[in-house]
Ligand binder design. Structure first.
Ligand SMILES: Cc1cc2nc3c(=O)[nH]c(=O)nc-3n(C[C@H](O)[C@H](O)[C@H](O)COP(=O)(O)OP(=O)(O)OC[C@H]3O[C@@H](n4cnc5c(N)ncnc54)[C@H](O)[C@@H]3O)c2cc1C
Length: 498
């Protein structure tokens, strides 16, 4: 059922078994898991079916660290959430992403890939993806009569990403939720605060308000925050009546470890002198078993371990250069350059290589409440995104390795500002719009906000899900992984309530 909450009376009480806050990728995927069950589910969604500027303004906030995308514009606050403009690139985390890497502080998940795998597979159709098969790039290349790059697998490898149509959750699942008998989506419903018992160990109700409309409450046995990587911690910090520092924040971790991919687009321009190689496996999207896919480059586990790097990936795009890229000379001091073909700018086809890199978890990057208020009088967020010298060295080495590989394969020469000025970040580096880490998962409340089942430590009926619980983020995009984690949480709640 879809309910316009502006039609409710002031002081109304909604009662449910589960209250899910937010109807984006996570909230909708979870709601669908309960559709048709004997559980009464209330989904609180801030927006309506279309974007409106006043609701969207509730996302506004400030950057107090390195500025990236405006907070009020990169996330979308309406039914379907940010999937209203996501790009749809998908690839699951792998075993390596979950492991403790002794060269990366705060790395390691409390769960293993095996615990997520069945849910990753179940996430594929929800996201409009093909078979759950990310290992067959070679096989698809053969079917397409294309080749993978002849990479030195001790350095870089080719792997597959899948491409969602991209599924817009707000339109794709609207009808199913409209027809649901046991799931009610309350539109225009902003959860302002979660109210607890005196010891802040149990949520008793959520306070909800509509813009220019009624204020009402939700009472539920279990509450799930599914409002995205920035808003999850905001609601927890705003819920401070019984816990002055915010819910689940006894160790000051809510909002800390804010993490996002570091993007350099392009990281390299390669002027291709070697003719005859068809890059379309990488630069175009291809139909495959029931879905669509393309190839990317990443570091082998062996190289990542040997060189103590974080994870990174490269996307290859064929382009015509839009500026006067200086070619040549870049490799002059790099071993392997001799193998690169000489080229003239006139002769070459250019390829832009975009890099996304995993950052190092850092407690000093954070989101927190600011002094500014939104139109409900609630404190806005400020974001302190920082990048470190260690990350800059990591990015430099990743780009160098990519350049060396293209040189070794004899494809041409690369221009990369970071190779010329390793002590500086290039002007075109930014963040990935993947807001992660702010309520990280751990086995101990001293090092995390939620446990392995996404339950907030010390609060017996509050769960948080989405990218905010990721302790580390690998090189890949978050959405398939956060949908899978949410399906896992749905199963956990079914077990708990059975
Ligand atoms: C431009 C762009 C491109 C992207 N491309 C990709 C990609 O290619 N691949 C990929 O994996 N990921 C991509 N992402 C990230 C992807 O969009 C997110 O991972 C995904 O949407 C997160 O889902 P979510 O449900 O956690 O949050 P959202 O989708 O943001 O949903 C949160 C929901 O909570 C609601 N809400 C917020 N606060 C409240 C409140 N107080 N009360 C009630 N409701 C509330 C919002 O209205 C919204 O509906 C991209 C993101 C952007 C911005």
């Amino acid at each position: 059922m879809l309910i316009d909450a502006r039609t409710l009376v002031n002081g109304h009480t909604v009662e449910a078994d589960i209250c899910i806050v937010g109807a984006g990728a996570v909230g909708i995927a979870m709601a669908l898991e309960f559709n048709g069950s004997n559980k009464k589910v209330a989904v609180m969604e801030s927006g309506g079916l279309d974007l409106d500027s006043r609701t969207q303004s509730l996302y506004e906030g400030d950057h107090v660290g390195r500025p990236t995308y405006p907070l009020g514009r990169n996330r979308l606050r309406y039914f379907g959430g940010t999937t209203g403009h996501w790009a749809g690139h998908c690839r699951p985390f792998d075993q390596f992403d979950f492991s403790v890497r002794d060269w990366i502080p705060h790395s390691g998940w409390p769960i293993k890939i095996e615990e997520l795998e069945p849910y990753l597979e179940r996430s594929q159709p929800i996201l409009g993806l093909g078979d759950y098969d990310y290992s067959s790039l070679e096989q698809y290349a053969k079917q397409l009569k294309l080749e993978t790059l002849p990479l030195d697998s001790g350095r870089l490898i080719s792997v597959m990403k899948q491409q969602s149509p991209p599924t817009r959750f707000g339109t794709a699942y609207r009808q199913a939720l409209k027809e649901s008998k046991n799931v009610s989506v309350y539109l225009y419903s902003n959860v302002l605060e979660l109210i607890t018992n005196e010891s802040a160990s149990h949520i008793t109700r959520a306070e909800v308000a509509c813009i220019d409309g009624p204020k009402y409450e939700v009472k539920a046995k279990n509450f799930v925050l599914a409002t995205g990587g920035m808003e999850n911690p905001r609601i927890m910090l705003l819920s401070n009546k019984s816990a002055p520092d915010g819910l689940g924040n006894s160790h000051g971790l809510v909002g800390r470890f804010y993490t996002d991919h570091i993007l350099i687009r392009p990281a390299l321009d390669i002027s291709l002198s070697r003719k005859g190689f068809d890059f379309r496996l990488y630069s175009k999207i291809h139909r495959m078993n029931g879905g669509r896919m393309f190839g990317i480059l990443t570091a082998s586990d062996e190289l990542t371990r040997r060189e103590k790097l974080t994870r990174f990936r490269f996307h290859l795009y064929n382009i015509t250069p839009s500026y006067d890229a200086p070619v040549g000379g870049v490799f002059s001091s790099i071993d392997g350059a001799r193998e690169a073909q000489p080229l003239t700018k006139e002769g070459g086809t250019y390829m832009a290589v975009h890099m996304a890199m995993e950052p190092i978890p850092n407690p000093d990057t954070f989101v927190r409440l600011s002094a500014k208020r939104d139109l409900f009088g609630q404190r806005q967020l400020e974001v302190n995104w920082q990048v470190t010298d260690a990350e800059r060295s990591n990015a430099h080495r990743a780009i160098e390795l990519c350049a060396l590989e293209f040189a070794r394969m004899g494809f041409g020469r690369a221009y990369a500002p970071m190779l010329e000025k390793p002590d500086e970040w290039p002007a075109n580096f930014t963040s990935g719009k993947h807001h992660c880490g702010t309520t990280r998962m751990s086995d101990s409340p001293k090092t995390g906000v939620v446990d392995r089942n996404c339950k907030v430590f010390d609060v017996d009926n509050l769960y948080v899900t989405g990218s905010s619980v990721f302790p580390t983020i690998g090189h890949t995009n978050p959405t398939i992984n956060l949908v899978a984690l949410s399906l896992r949480l749905a199963d956990h709640l079914k077990g708990k309530m059975a």
